[in-house]
Design a protein around this ligand. Structure first.
Ligand code: NI
Length: 140
């Protein structure tokens, strides 16, 4: 059974590859390469999977999941300039793909010991655009 919890955070970023020229970055990322940065209201959906505990009827204690999301994602990333204030984005381009990957790693490390396991991280950068990471994706 799958259980999903949402969280939101607002953050700024610049998408550019340091080894490329300004023009090449502009071609790759468009306005996203502007060094002044720009913000997004990110919407995160975290899905865990497991069997409901026979006694409690719950797959996971949602309060515990909420606290992990706050501590590991929302508090460190909300109202931050990701490239300068959040590891590893001083050297990893903070595309939604890479932000979702970092969120996956942070949550995976903190869900150990809980009965449910991480199944999917979905990150909306805009209402029209999201990325998904599911268990088994390469390089996680
Ligand atoms: Ni952007």
């Amino acid at each position: 059974m799958f259980v999903t919890r949402k969280a939101e955070f607002s953050a700024s970023h610049v998408c550019r590859v340091p080894s490329l020229s300004d023009q090449e970055n502009q071609q790759l990322y468009g306005e996203g390469a502007n060094p002044n940065g720009h913000g997004h209201n990110y919407l995160l959906e975290v899905t865990v999977e497991g069997d409901p505990d026979p006694a409690t009827g719950m797959v996971i204690n949602l309060q515990a999941l909420k606290e992990i999301l706050l501590r590991e994602v929302v508090e460190p990333m909300d109202h931050r300039f990701l490239n300068y204030e959040v590891e590893p984005f001083h050297k990893v381009v903070p595309t939604p793909e890479n932000i979702a990957g970092e969120i996956w790693r942070r949550l995976e490390n903190n869900l150990q010991g809980l009965p449910a396991r991480l199944a999917r991280v979905r990150l909306y950068e805009t209402p029209d655009h999201h990325v998904d990471i599911v268990r088994g994706d390469l390089s996680l």
